[in-house]
Design a binder for this molecule. Structure first.
Ligand SMILES: Cc1cc2nc3c(=O)[nH]c(=O)nc-3n(C[C@H](O)[C@H](O)[C@H](O)COP(=O)(O)OP(=O)(O)OC[C@H]3O[C@@H](n4cnc5c(N)ncnc54)[C@H](O)[C@@H]3O)c2cc1C
Length: 445
């Protein structure tokens, strides 16, 4: 590997190409900025590629809280036969399900089609900042060597805070890892007989979380919607008769909380399964993170055997994909101008919407939660925006990550164009332009 330094000048640099990063990059480019996106992975999409259902797009009462970039992505998926379905998950959410294979193609079209310069296999090595803490870009490393990328505005969408954590007083202390943390790995299985699975759920509803969704008054109401919806979306909780023997001490799957199933492709009769997880020490070395794979893969084998034995509809099913990455719960969250919590007053102009998992309330996200404390020229987007513990499960939903990415991308483009500072940006003007571009900032039916 070489050590040459190559210089790149850009208006907007986006670090990380997950839901937030691609939304930010495409939006900034569509608004006239020269945009570069870097991602250490070989493919754009981040955790979107797991196939998990998209939360934060449709509120519990059925109203839309997301639009703009997300609509383009869903249309792109449809073009590649990855038809999206809006479904009730009977637990507590309405979600949008899409095929991650179609999403790979749709994302590529959107990002390249909007003129974004893309550097894959390229990770941030060093953040370039001045004595006042202003971020001027990053040094990245890839096979070609090290490159300096200078940017008027940088957006940290790395989901690990790889840019903002290098700054002083920019991280919330309670986001730092505790003694242990949970690591998840998800998979997809194809060849499912959804009809047989749905019939079993109807016959033995006590095995499934069918009633936690607030729209259902009783079990028969939920079951009739469940049959009418006709897609395999289920949560088998730890305390269900089906799982209580298999989980917990002495069981085959001692670490599991639940098995979650959601549709990904009707054509392939395919589902997403979230089940494999282990508790690991809060040690963030590459070795420790990589070592988790053996335990997680062993769990996946056990879960496949368990599903085949215990649930109808799985006898012909096979493993279709193991997620390309492990997912860490917890982590480092930005300390912003506003640290959102459940009491944050949306008096300031709202630039994105979310929906509370616990209280089902639609809430507004102010621009101040994307501005990183004590620095300029830097925005945070996606799962690590400035939110307190009480809001993090809501703000890190995939749909909400796309919404904050879109707002960050437009704010960055407007700032790069005006030559002003992020903090002098007119948040009312930002909000208006977001809505003109399809952003949903007032929930619609
Ligand atoms: C176990 C688990 C289950 C979940 N279930 C759901 C669910 O059912 N529904 C839902 O809506 N949400 C769910 N979420 C949340 C959601 O999946 C994530 O919060 C969301 O996808 C994050 O999007 P993002 O764009 O912020 O980050 P990511 O998708 O993680 O993207 C970050 C990108 O940055 C890149 N990157 C990282 N560091 C660097 C670096 N230094 N240099 C260059 N590139 C870098 C990575 O390669 C990656 O592509 C779940 C989360 C977890 C952990």
């Amino acid at each position: 590997m070489g050590n040459a330094i190559w210089d790149i000048d850009t208006d907007v640099l986006v670090v990380g190409g997950g839901a937030a990063g691609v939304s930010a990059a495409v939006t900034a480019a569509r608004n006239g900025a020269r945009v570069t996106i870097v991602d250490g992975a070989p493919m754009l999409g981040g955790e979107l590629l797991t196939g998990r259902p998209v939360d934060g797009a449709i509120a519990l009462d059925g109203r839309r809280i997301l639009g703009g970039f997300a609509d383009d992505l869903l249309r792109g998926c449809e073009k590649f036969d990855g038809r999206s379905a809006v479904v009730c998950d009977f637990d507590r959410r309405n979600v949008i399900c899409m095929d991650p294979e179609a999403a790979k193609l749709a994302l590529t079209e959107l990002v390249f089609g909007s003129g974004v310069s893309v550097l894959m296999y390229t990770a941030v090595d060093q953040v370039v900042k001045d004595d006042e803490g202003r971020v001027h870009g990053v040094i990245v490393r890839n096979k070609r060597g090290r490159s300096l990328i200078r940017a008027k505005v940088t957006i940290d969408a790395s989901a690990e805070g790889d840019v903002f954590t290098t700054l002083s007083n920019a991280v919330q202390e309670d986001g730092v890892y505790a003694d242990t943390r949970k690591v998840d790995l998800t998979m997809r299985m194809s060849g499912i007989d959804a009809g047989a699975l749905l019939a079993r759920a109807s016959e033995t509803p006590s095995n499934f979380s069918l009633l936690r969704h607030t729209r259902f008054s009783d079990r028969s109401d939920a079951l009739s919607k469940f049959r009418e919806q006709g897609v395999p979306i289920l949560k088998v909780p730890r305390e269900s008769p089906l799982l209580s023997g298999a989980m917990g001490p002495g069981g085959r799957l001692p670490d599991l909380e639940a098995i979650e199933i959601a549709p990904t492709s009707a054509l392939r009769r395919e589902i997403y399964v979230r089940a494999a997880n282990v508790q690991v020490p809060a040690d963030r070395t590459v070795e420790a993170a990589s070592d988790n794979y053996t335990g997680l893969h062993a769990q996946i084998e056990t879960i496949i055997a368990f599903l085949r034995e215990s649930l109808p509809g799985f006898s012909e099913a096979g493993l279709a994909a193991v997620a390309p990455q492990v997912e860490f719960s917890g982590g480092r969250y930005a300390k912003g101008d506003v640290v959102m919590d459940t009491a944050t007053d949306a008096g300031a102009p709202v630039i994105a919407l979310g929906c509370g998992v616990a209280d089902a309330e639609i809430f507004g996200i102010p621009f101040g939660s994307l501005l990183v404390n004590g620095t300029d020229c830097l925005l945070v987007a996606g799962s690590r925006i400035s939110a307190a513990q009480s809001r993090r499960a809501d703000t890190r939903a995939v749909g909400t990550c796309m919404a904050t990415g879109q707002a960050a991308g437009l704010a960055a483009a407007m700032t790069a164009e005006s030559g002003g500072s992020l903090r002098s940006l007119d948040a009312h003007a930002l909000r208006k332009r977001l809505m003109d571009q399809g952003g949903v900032l007032e929930a619609t039916s």
